[in-house]
Ligand binder design. Structure first.
Ligand SMILES: [Zn+2]
Ligand SMILES: [Zn+2]
Length: 176
């Protein structure tokens, strides 16, 4: 498991867990595999609830709109979760950095990886590049990795729905 320079996979993993919460621990581990994490985790009884807490804390960062507030929340997360970085070359992945203790369970690992990855994403791409989909009532998370950094919707479907709504508002203006 490693973080690319932009921390992208960790933020996308967090968004995936937030948007489509797995019903058990196995589902969480499977999701980490889908996003490229290769390490085994020791199973602990509170894993499922523990990761839910990590995601709920992360959603507070998503919903914090001021950069100062985002930074403060992420700094708290990193202080709690991220150990000193260390170099590792496990599972034939090539040398890369880990940000937590080697024996941590899945909740602690995800708290470290997601908080560091989100911080890297925001400082590299821009502090505003993380928010909820703007197509009401959709609450999906948008991790904006586009070139221009103006992604407003989580999907083409939501973008289309918003466009239809704008069109209706324009062709049927409210009478005064
Ligand atoms: Zn690794
Ligand atoms: Zn949406």
């Amino acid at each position: 498991m490693h973080l690319n320079p932009y921390g992208e996979y960790a933020v996308l993993l967090a968004a995936s867990l937030a948007d489509d919460w797995p019903e058990d621990r196995a589902g969480i581990v499977e999701r980490t595999r889908e996003f490229g994490m290769t390490m085994r985790f020791s199973a602990e009884p509170g894993d499922h609830a523990g990761v839910r807490e990590v995601i709920d804390d992360w959603l507070r960062v998503v919903d914090a709109h001021e950069p100062d507030e985002r930074a403060a929340l992420l700094n708290t997360e990193m202080a709690a979760a991220a150990a000193y970085p260390r170099l590792t070359d496990h599972d034939g992945e090539g040398w890369h950095l880990h940000y937590r203790d080697e024996k941590a369970g899945v909740a602690a690992v995800l708290r470290a990886v997601i908080s560091v990855g989100t911080s890297l994403h925001l400082v590299t791409r821009g502090m505003h590049r993380l928010h909820r989909c703007e197509s009401d009532p959709c609450t999906h998370v948008v991790v904006d990795v586009t070139r221009n950094g103006r992604q407003r919707y989580c999907s083409v479907r939501c973008a289309n729905r918003a466009a239809v709504r704008r069109h209706r508002a324009a062709s049927h203006p409210v009478k005064r």
